[in-house]
Every structure is written in C-alpha cells, then in structure tokens.
Design a protein around this ligand. Structure first.
Ligand code: ADP
Ligand code: MG
Length: 346
C-alpha cells in the first residue's frame, strides 16, 4: 500500500540532501557536462536539478518512478557488479512517495521535450491527481532533464518535525553538491538558492582539480595541496591482484591548521561519495606524525576498488562504506600519505 511505500521511502530519504545526492548522481550518470541545482527553503519547498545529459525516452516515463525501474542494470549478474552510481532504481521511486515530482526531459533524437508529473510512484495529472490515461505531454525544452521535487515530506509530518532548520538542511545540500563538484572534472556544477543571484557552488567543465577545490573550499586549502597518487610499481600490482585496489588519486593539505572549518575528508569510492571511519582514523594517525596534535588537513581521495569487493547491499543513505581487504587497503593508503607528507619540505 502507499503507506508502506511512504514509510520505506522515508527511511531511504531522511533529509533533503539524500534526495539531492541521488538526483545529482543520476544527472552525472546521464553524461551531463553541466548541472544546475536550485534550492528553496532548505530543499523542503523545492529541489530542482537541470542537466544537459542524455534525457529520458518518452516510453520510459510511465515507469520512471516505479520501484526497481533502472536503466543501469541489464542482468542479475550486474547486481553484484554495480560500478555506476545508483541503488537499483529505488531513489526516484522513494522520492515520489514523499513529495511531488515533475520532469521535463528531451533526448537528442526526440523532436520535442515531454513533461510528466508523479506522486506515489505513478504518473499523475498536473495537479498531482491520480487519473487513468495520464500521458506525458509534449512541451518545449532543451536536450537533457529537469527534475523538480516539491514539498518534500509533505505527507511525513513526523519527519518534518525532526528536520526543522532550513539553514542546516541547506548547508548539508551545499556540502554534497560541493563534494561532487570537486570530484567530477567533466561536469560544471552550479548551485543556488531560489531568488538569490549568487552561486553557493560554481565549477566549470574542464577546471583542474586544484581550481575545483579552490572554487568549493577556498584559497587557503587550494594553495597548499600535496598530490597523492598510487603509482605503477610492483607493490601496486600486488594491491590490485590480491586486494582489488585498482587505484588511488587525491590530495591532502600540508597545513598546520588551515582547515579552520574542519572540513570532513572527501572520499569517493568508485565515484560514489562515501564515509569511511576506519580510513579517516588511519589518515589522522599518519597526519599526527607530521602536524601538531588534532590538526585536521583537508583530504580528498578517489579510490577505485574491484566492484565485486564492494558491499552494494548497504542502505543507500548509509554513507559508511564496506569493502573486502579493508585493512590492507587502508594500510596502503596510509603509506601513500606518509610518503607524500614526508617528501614535503617544511
Ligand atoms: P538508478 O539510478 O539506480 O537507476 P533512480 O531511481 O535513481 O535509479 O533512477 C531511475 C532511472 O531514471 C535511471 O536508471 C535513469 O534511467 C532514469 N533517470 C533518472 N534521472 C535521470 C536523468 N537526470 N537523466 C537521464 N535519466 C535519468
Ligand atoms: Mg540513481
């Protein structure tokens, strides 16, 4: 029933930033080179994301917000090998059970764009009423997809009560958008508050990693980056064959204490934003060798693991990641950071 679906959805999407992250990943998956994010009232009133990606075929629109409707898994085998983002078609379905979703989308080959409205997983009329024979309507539009999520949690009053502060939810959204903007060099990302002209996040396609970090986290951090890269050697071959660690790139700051905002480390594993407490702790203990106690440098790591070794069954909003050979892989990354920090002149 719709109540059960709503409860399930409320467990997947617990705050506006969860919805935004899923939508952002979809836009990145769609091959976009530019993404615009617009937020009204901390995301409760409106989360709008516009991309110039591949668009959605008209025929796929009726099922867009159906559970397990995904274009990203082609066989059962793939379930264990997911290396793109996304959690098996649950995100949009969940969002549609706890908000009003509307979509304008156009593929390159379609002569027109189409507009569709959804609640509770189903196509609806423009006033979000259930009706028979609701069809997506042709409309003017550019190649790409625009998704509007309005009145998030309108039917989950208990959740609304626990999430009172619009400012706090806005900053969580901006944090997620900023992290993706740092990570994805092939996409320009802008993020604004509704009715305000200035960007909260703004990157352009093709910016260097350093410039993306500058754009998102500021000069202090961008000016003192040390590059981290697992280079080709025997050790790396072993890490790859034995532990499924395909690669690590990233940066760390060599500052005494310039990270005044104490920005949490930015970890991406297989292009998915994650938290990893054991990795964070390991980095901290390496850092403690070089910097005054409790100094927290800025860290960004992009880690490529054998997708087979990643636990994909973990709840989509639980950012804490699980993978095989955790100890060996974390050791290797600690060593990488140790080498990089010791080679810097003080
Ligand atoms: P998943 O990403 O796991 O497939 P979602 O619920 O996030 O599940 O999305 C469902 C499907 O909707 C995707 O597989 C994709 O085909 C389509 N989709 C969603 N957002 C976009 C977008 N911005 N551009 C193109 N297709 C999209
Ligand atoms: Mg998705």
């Amino acid at each position: 029933t719709s109540v059960v679906n709503r409860i399930a959805a409320g467990e997947i999407i617990v705050q506006p930033a969860n919805a935004l992250k899923e939508m952002l990943e979809n836009s990145i998956d769609a091959g976009s080179s530019h993404i615009d994010v617009l937020i009204k009232e901390g995301g409760f009133k409106l989360l709008q994301i516009s991309d110039n990606g591949c668009g959605i075929d008209k025929e796929d629109l009726p099922l867009l917000c159906e559970r397990f409707a995904t274009s990203k898994i082609t066989s059962f085998e793939d379930l264990n090998r997911i290396s793109t983002y996304g959690f098996r078609g649950e995100a949009l379905a969940s969002i549609s059970h706890i908000s009003r979703v509307s979509v304008v989308t156009k593929t390159k080959k379609a002569p027109l764009a189409y507009r569709a409205y959804y609640t509770n997983g189903n196509l609806t009329t423009s006033t979000f009423q259930q009706a028979d024979n609701v069809d997506p309507k042709p409309t003017a539009g550019k190649n790409g997809t625009q998704i509007l999520v309005e009145d998030l949690f309108y039917n989950v009053p208990a959740r609304l009560k626990t999430l009172r502060s619009k400012g706090e939810e806005l900053s969580k959204i901006v944090d997620v958008v900023g992290r993706y903007a740092v990570h994805v060099g092939g996409v320009g990302i802008n993020c604004k508050r509704f009715g305000e002209p200035f960007n909260l996040v703004s990157t352009r396609i093709g910016m260097s990693l350093e410039d993306r970090i500058r754009a998102v986290f500021g000069n202090d951090i961008a000016n003192e980056l040390i590059k981290l890269e697992l280079t080709n050697n025997d050790n790396r071959n072993e890490l790859k064959s034995k532990y499924g660690l395909f690669g690590v790139t990233g940066v760390i700051t060599n500052s005494n204490f310039n990270n005044k905002k104490r920005i949490q480390p930015v970890f991406f594993i297989n292009n998915r934003l994650v938290s990893c407490e054991p990795l964070k702790r390991a980095i901290q203990s390496v850092v403690n060798i070089f910097l005054p106690k409790h100094a927290m440098p800025f860290t960004y790591l992009s880690i490529e693991l054998d997708p087979q070794n990643l636990d994909v069954n973990i709840h989509p909003t639980k950012r804490e990641v699980r993978f095989l050979h955790e100890e060996e892989i974390i050791d290797a990354i600690s060593e990488l950071i140790h080498t990089a920090m010791s080679s810097v002149d003080k």
